[in-house]
Design a protein around this ligand. Structure first.
Ligand code: UT7
Length: 318
């Protein structure tokens, strides 16, 4: 038994913050942001709009795309670093909204790699016969943990959600997943406060040593895409689409180069929404599926890198 993608969905909140808006607030330029990151705009959740609200939109879209009823769902995993509450977890909140209570529902925190981690877990539940229909969601309200006066991070992050419905299937869908972490790098990318340590004065914010993170991301993503193909005995040319974490166009270009893939075979959405952490990979996947580029039977390589550091990949036959 394998797990296969039955449907994808995504959601971006209506409010948009353009590079021109940021120029008004801090010492930066549209040109610098576009050249150094590829980002043109990011979306921001409305006051009161939460991670679970956005997760629900994306989840309903994925269910609709799959032609499945919410009552079919027997497992929910929500990847996020910005949950509505400490507990209950956003998975059970989503479960209640969708009306599919009973099966396991939980959240995964692995920063920007959270969706790959969650997808890997759901795949294992399905392969073990413990789930037949799993909803995997990445959803973030990063605007609530962004220092909007810090030009090193405020230009990068945005809000949004993406979802995938996985179903048990006799044919192979998810071929393999590869999860990695190295806790030695916690100081390079972290949120400055929390429950147990206490909240930071002025609010909890993302802190990042940008160029150090950049270099590690390029190295580790380059390595993991090689490992993923080697583990499956596949040449680089076998991959139809790279569906990367959307943090920075230059990181995406470096990974594509490592795979000898032209940018036409890479799903790039970073210009539209910036870095949405766990929502980034499913947002890109949904964009590629909905505009018809990604077709059934094609081979996809998903990857992400984030705070921790954590990183990971998934090789998927769509
Ligand atoms: O999703 C988790 C993983 N996260 C990432 O992958 C993000 C990784 N990092 C990055 O994407 C990039 O490092 C950034 C976009 C954050 C920064 O780009 P960079 O090319 O690494 O720039 P830098 O930090 O080395 O800074 C270069 C210059 C500096 O000025 P000086 O010291 O050379 O005079 C910065 O102060 O650019 C300056 N700078 C800016 N200038 C205009 C930094 N931010 C800005 C800005 N506008 N927003």
């Amino acid at each position: 038994m394998y797990s296969r993608i039955a449907g994808t969905g995504s959601y971006l909140p209506a409010a948009v913050v353009s590079n021109a808006d940021l120029e008004q607030r801090m010492e930066t330029t549209d040109e610098w942001i576009r050249e150094r990151t590829g980002i043109q705009r990011r979306h921001r959740a409305a006051p009161g709009e939460t991670t679970v609200d956005m997760a629900e939109h994306a989840a309903r879209a994925a269910l609709l795309a799959a032609g499945r009823d919410a009552r079919d769902v027997d497992l929910i995993i929500v990847a996020t670093c910005t949950p509505d509450l400490v507990f209950p977890n956003p998975g059970v909140m989503l479960q209640k909204r969708l009306g599919c209570v009973g099966g396991p529902a939980f959240s995964v925190e692995a920063a920007c790699s959270g969706f790959i981690y969650a997808m890997s877990l759901a795949d294992k539940f399905i392969r073990a016969g413990e789930s037949k229909c799993a909803l995997v969601v990445g959803s973030e309200t990063l605007s609530r943990i962004t220092n909007h006066d810090d030009r090193g991070t405020a230009i990068l992050f945005g809000d949004g959600a993406g979802a995938v419905l996985l179903e048990a299937h006799a044919e192979q869908g998810i071929i393999s997943t590869h999860l990695r972490a190295d806790g030695n790098y916690q100081d390079l990318l972290y949120c400055s406060g929390g429950i147990s340590r206490g909240h930071a004065p002025g609010g909890d914010h993302i802190v990042m040593a940008g160029s150090e993170v950049f270099k590690m991301a390029v190295t580790m993503l380059g390595r993991i895409v090689d490992e993923t193909l080697a583990a499956n005995g596949l040449p680089k040319s076998a991959v139809d689409w790279l569906v990367p974490h959307q943090a920075n166009i230059r990181i995406i270009q470096a990974t594509a180069k490592k795979l000898d893939m032209p940018m036409e075979r890479v799903i790039v959405t970073v210009q539209e929404h910036g870095n949405t952490s766990t929502a980034s990979v499913p947002l890109a996947l949904d964009a590629g599926v909905r505009d018809g580029r990604i077709k059934r039977g094609e081979l996809l390589l998903l990857e992400a890198f984030g705070g921790g550091f954590t990183w990971g990949s998934a090789l998927v036959r769509y």
